[in-house]
Design a protein around this ligand. Structure first.
Ligand SMILES: O=C1O[C@H](COP(=O)(O)O)[C@@H](O)[C@H](O)[C@H]1O
Length: 246
């Protein structure tokens, strides 16, 4: 049975702090159990605030960061130096963990326009990287925690309502994204749903209707967030403003 939980915090900052504390504990537990932790991080307002909260949390010294792999749920297919890049916005966290053992070759960033001519090529390269780090017969590593921000339209990663879908495992190219920039790379829903725990991070009153719709019924096409789940647990980590319609 998959545990399903909704945790409501006071505001975005409190939610970010709660996620950071939970993430540090989950990574510590994963390393104790399996010797390694695979974590998928997300961009977005709360996703980046949560990563900054990890960087600022003194308990981060309790983690053996040399055993941690970071992956991305999605990325904007633009220049590596663009402020639009999720990876660039999270650099503060990775920099703060380097003195604590994190190795840059276990921070698996999705490709940019500096490296690949098309988003398809960048997606194919990420799919291959996921397979390289996977156990035999699997398409991706066993993610311990996979975090997803959610947009007011209920999109997660770069999977938008009634937009690009794929039944394949791995990463796909997304074009004509309703939210700029237009070209992106995203994990597929099938890959997202292989994670042990999926955490959906939601803050802000403008997201209240989408949060309520995602709890109502599973409808992957119209409400992508409703279809994301972990194999062991699905946690909605939200603030009070987003929770007003629950
Ligand atoms: O474009 C994206 O948007 C979502 C949500 O962003 P938010 O600012 O509304 O929280 C994010 O999770 C995703 O990674 C990003 O590429």
């Amino acid at each position: 049975m998959i545990a399903r939980q909704i945790v409501i915090h006071d505001d975005l900052q409190a939610t970010a702090q709660g996620i950071a504390a939970r993430l540090i504990t989950s990574i510590t537990d994963a390393i104790a159990a399996r010797g390694v932790a695979h974590v998928v991080v997300t961009g977005g307002s709360l996703g980046i605030a949560a990563l900054k909260a990890v960087a600022a949390n003194p308990a981060k010294i309790a983690v053996d960061w040399a055993q941690v792999h970071f992956w991305w749920g999605d990325e904007r297919f633009v220049e590596a130096s663009s402020p639009e890049r999720n990876a660039g916005q999270a650099q503060e966290l990775f920099d703060s963990l380097l003195p604590l053992g994190l190795e840059l070759d276990t921070v698996h960033v999705m490709g940019s326009t500096d490296q690949y001519a098309t988003a398809e090529e960048a997606a194919a390269a990420y799919t291959a990287l996921l397979a390289e780090e996977a156990a035999e017969g699997a398409a991706s590593p066993a993610f311990d925690v996979l975090m997803l921000g959610m947009g007011p339209d209920s999109h997660i990663a770069s999977l938008f309502p009634n937009h690009t879908r794929s039944d394949e495992l791995g990463a796909i190219a997304v074009h004509n994204s309703p939210k700029p920039p237009a070209d992106r790379v995203s994990l597929t829903m099938g890959t997202i749903n292989t994670a042990r725990e999926v955490w959906l991070l939601v803050a802000g009153a403008e997201k209240a209707p989408a949060l309520a719709a995602a709890q109502h019924e599973v409808n992957e096409a119209a409400v992508p967030a409703s279809a994301a789940h972990g194999t062991e647990a699905t946690r909605w980590l939200v603030d009070r403003a987003a929770a007003t319609l629950l």
